[in-house]
Design a protein around this ligand. Structure first.
Ligand code: HEC
Length: 258
């Protein structure tokens, strides 16, 4: 172009060789434009996705997976987060702050985006099974003034072992290490863990059966925050020691003195 307008006789090579050949130019443009796309897409398929599991964190049991599926279905994550932030107030209320490796087997993550109710990442073991049973049946019965809805239908509805097996199979596809034997053995494991919760509830005078949805939700809630506790405690000791000995942790004083 500049050659023409300034009186040059020859067309610029770019115009002659590339822009002049529409078909070729379209193909080359596509190639150049896709480089950016490839640079983003290829690593996504080749790299291992997600965090490495924290030491001590293991995949959920079949009953816990059933409970987690119900937790997702009922939208519990709309009101509850599963992430403790590294702030003093949160450590005092909930315990250890969350580490990425704790979510290694969470598909999808249930971090949540706001807290209408409290964070649940460390709720496992905080209450007996019977508390959760009563709380889900009628939150006001255990927590006066609670605005959490009642989930009475969890007491009636039952879980289907075939659905749980399908969930396990889907999770295995995205990298959770469930073997074929684990999946085949899921119904037996559901029964075993379900029975132990039913026994706990019976000891508190609550009668239910192991295939009820409420039993699965209790199993899931009681599992939250239980794995990797020793690793977290050790890590915290190391972090605290590192901060205590770090030269930048002392407050800086004007004039260069410390
Ligand atoms: C409308 C918001 C809302 C929804 C939806 C909701 N909750 Fe809650 N949840 C709360 C509030 C508020 C509290 C605090 C008062 C209480 O204990 O009931 C709470 C408390 C809890 C607690 C006790 C936490 C603690 O540390 O004391 C558990 C466990 C719990 N919810 C589980 C669930 C489960 C499971 C679901 C889904 C089946 C669910 N919640 C759905 C609002 C909600």
């Amino acid at each position: 172009m500049s050659n023409e307008t300034t009186g040059g006789r020859r067309e610029h090579w770019h115009r002659r060789v590339l822009e002049g050949r529409l078909g070729l130019f379209a193909i080359l443009t596509t190639v150049v434009v896709s480089v950016g796309g490839l640079a983003e897409i290829v690593p996504m398929f080749s790299a291992k996705l997600g965090p490495e599991p924290l030491r001590g964190v293991t995949p959920y049991t079949p009953l816990e997976i059933a409970g987690r599926d119900i937790y997702i279905r009922e939208g519990c994550y709309v009101c509850h987060s599963q992430m403790v932030r590294p702030m003093r107030s949160e450590l005092l209320r909930y315990g250890e702050w969350s580490r990425a490796g704790e979510y290694a087997y969470d598909h999808p993550f249930l971090l949540g985006s706001r807290r209408i109710g409290p964070d649940l990442q460390r709720v496992g073991g905080k209450y007996p099974d019977a508390w959760h049973y009563e709380h889900l049946r009628d939150p006001r019965s255990t927590s006066p003034g609670s605005i959490m809805p009642k989930y009475g239908w969890l007491l009636e509805r039952t879980i289907d072992p075939a659905d749980v097996q399908a969930s396990l199979r889907a999770l295995a596809k995205v990298g959770v290490p469930y073997s074929e034997a684990d999946i085949a053995g899921a119904p037996a494991q559901l029964a075993r863990q379900g029975d132990s919760i039913v026994r706990n509830l019976a000891a508190m005078g609550i009668r239910t059966s192991r295939d009820r949805e409420i039993v699965a939700v209790i199993a899931y809630l009681q599992r939250l925050g239980r794995d990797g506790k020793a690793t977290l405690a050790a890590q915290r000791e190391r972090d605290v020691a590192a901060v205590a000995t770090s030269p930048t942790s002392a407050p800086a004083v004007e004039g260069g003195r410390r």
